[in-house]
Design a binder for this molecule. Structure first.
Ligand SMILES: C[S@@+](CC[C@H](N)C(=O)[O-])C[C@H]1O[C@@H](n2cnc3c(N)ncnc32)[C@H](O)[C@@H]1O
Length: 283
């Protein structure tokens, strides 16, 4: 068990509850025995969430049983924000902060922004915090994710449904930033994921079909009709998937660009709707 990829920093943790118990060495020992790489840090974080020794034991029990740390804590840190998280909802990954950075760098003044496949709404919340958005929408097919995103996006509108079918038609042709961190794990690789993801995150959040790009292709194909002229679609992929994702963007009539961040191990494909695009100019 390792939360190395999205380990919240104890520096970002809240002040402990007034009655927070001190995590004893037994807590650290249990976490370490269960395979937690950052057992001391996790013990501090769990203790800060607990109001009593009994509550701390219950939290440690859930972590030892294999739940992702963030689902046990009830929050994940993302772009310096505390994102509320419920069991069964995808844990936002640190590498996705690169997608947010790209979107912020490319944003026009007062953009209309959409977080499609929003999960907890972490990407939308970060965009809303970093940009003076004119409108903020988010959507997901999973009711648990939609519930969670509504908590994290009080100033946005969160819709429920399949990709663009969830969005109000009034958004057609008006979206400046369309962030879509779609599921992109190839079906055959899902069994190879760490148990935290495989067991405690929903399959619909992970499985991207045979080559991992099935949802991405659907999003790219429909995106030009929803983007404003010059508007941008941003997705995350692996480096290996990038050429196929670029091909999907080009086929859809989007101008693709690939950017990577070595530090975060992130690859983001940006697709710009050309000014002259129309449904008839589609290749
Ligand atoms: C990889 S997770 C990303 C969640 C969030 N954007 C993030 O970065 O933390 C993918 C999300 O896509 C959603 N999803 C999968 N297929 C979908 C579809 N057809 N329509 C809408 N949402 C979908 C899943 O429910 C999941 O919340």
């Amino acid at each position: 068990m390792s939360s190395a990829e999205h380990q919240p920093s104890p520096l970002d943790s809240p002040a402990p509850h007034a009655g927070s118990p001190c995590p004893g060495p037994d807590v650290v020992t249990r976490l370490r025995a269960a395979g937690c790489v950052f057992a001391e840090d996790e013990a501090e974080l769990l203790a800060a969430e607990a109001c009593s020794p009994a509550e701390l034991t219950a939290l440690v029990d859930r972590r030892v049983a294999g739940l992702p740390l963030e689902q046990v804590l009830g929050w994940a840190e993302f772009c310096g924000l505390r994102i509320a998280l419920e069991p069964g909802v995808f844990v936002p990954r640190r590498r996705t902060e690169f997608l947010v950075r790209r979107a912020v760098a490319l944003a026009p003044p007062r953009p209309v922004a959409v977080d499609l496949c929003c999960g907890s709404g972490a990407v939308g919340a970060a965009l809303g915090a970093l940009l003076p958005v004119a409108e903020l929408h988010a959507a997901d097919v999973d009711p648990a994710a939609v519930r969670c995103a509504r908590r994290n996006l009080p100033a946005g509108t969160v819709h429920h449904g399949d990709l663009f079918a969830a969005l109000p038609t009034a958004l057609r042709g008006r979206i400046d930033l369309l962030a879509a961190n779609v599921p992109y794990v190839p079906t055959g690789d899902v069994p190879l994921l760490p148990p935290e993801a495989r067991i405690h995150e929903p399959l619909v959040a992970l499985d991207g079909g045979a080559d991992g790009l099935a949802v991405l292709r659907r999003v790219a194909a429909a995106a030009p009709r929803w983007l404003a002229p010059g508007g941008r679609l941003l997705v995350e992929t692996t480096e290996r998937q990038a050429p196929s994702a670029v091909a999907a963007f080009t086929t859809a009539g989007l101008r693709p660009e690939v950017t990577t961040c070595e530090n975060l191990g992130a690859t983001v494909i940006t697709g710009t709707r050309p000014d002259g695009w129309s449904a008839r100019s589609r290749p």
